[in-house]
Unconditional design. Structure first.
Length: 203
């Protein structure tokens, strides 16, 4: 495993002082106003530990998904992550810093980086499709399941409503009971099914 001091994506894009300050102002300051204005709801928050490592996996339809996750989770989180092209300009790097988004270069570095984050007790949001799918759930890569099995960290499934094409009504985020397993393929299927079920539940 790569040592924490050698994690270039973390030192470049995560926990920057200005990004952390801006996040606090927006989420803690403007967050309640945004939630009321948009009638934003959060269901299943009792499935999220208040402290310690948390591994969350959600659907991903739009760039705004990470903003809703920040509003839904009452603690500083890391979004893992985004493609290298989104870190090429000053403007997009600023957005990535604001969202505390980890750069994803390849599978091995991603596994190393997120393992280190979990071992540090962080709350990490992942998108197992590793790409946006505006029409619904796309195919999942097994990376999140592999990470869960390697670290022993269960995965909390989450569904973001309001950004997928065809969704109507106020936005909401739902969290389900954590899932785990010993086979990456089986666990990936279980996770995808759990996220799909959350999206079909009449909240």
């Amino acid at each position: 495993m790569t040592t924490a001091s050698a994690l270039r994506p973390r030192t470049c894009a995560i926990d920057r002082p200005l990004g952390t300050l801006a996040n606090r102002l927006l989420v803690r300051g403007a967050g309640p106003l945004i939630r009321r204005a948009r009638s934003f709801r959060v269901m299943g928050s009792d499935n999220l530990p208040a402290a310690g490592a948390v591994l969350i996996a959600a659907n991903h339809a739009a760039f705004t998904d990470s903003a809703w996750m920040h509003l839904a989770i009452p603690r500083r989180l890391v979004v893992a992550g985004a493609k290298p092209r989104l870190f090429r300009s000053t403007a997009t790097r600023a957005v990535m810093a604001l969202g505390n988004v980890l750069r994803v270069d390849d599978r091995d570095s991603w596994l190393d980086d997120v393992t280190d984050l979990l071992q540090s007790g962080r709350c990490v949001v992942t998108y197992p499709a590793f790409g946006r799918h505006p029409e619904g759930l796309g195919p999942f890569r097994p990376w999140v399941a592999e990470l869960s099995i390697a670290t022993g960290q269960p995965i909390v499934p989450a569904f973001i409503h309001g950004t997928t094409v065809g969704h109507t009504g106020p936005p909401w985020v739902a969290f389900g009971a954590a899932v785990s397993g010993s086979d990456p393929t089986d666990l990936t299927g279980t996770l995808r099914s759990a996220i799909h079920t959350l999206g079909q539940t009449p909240w």
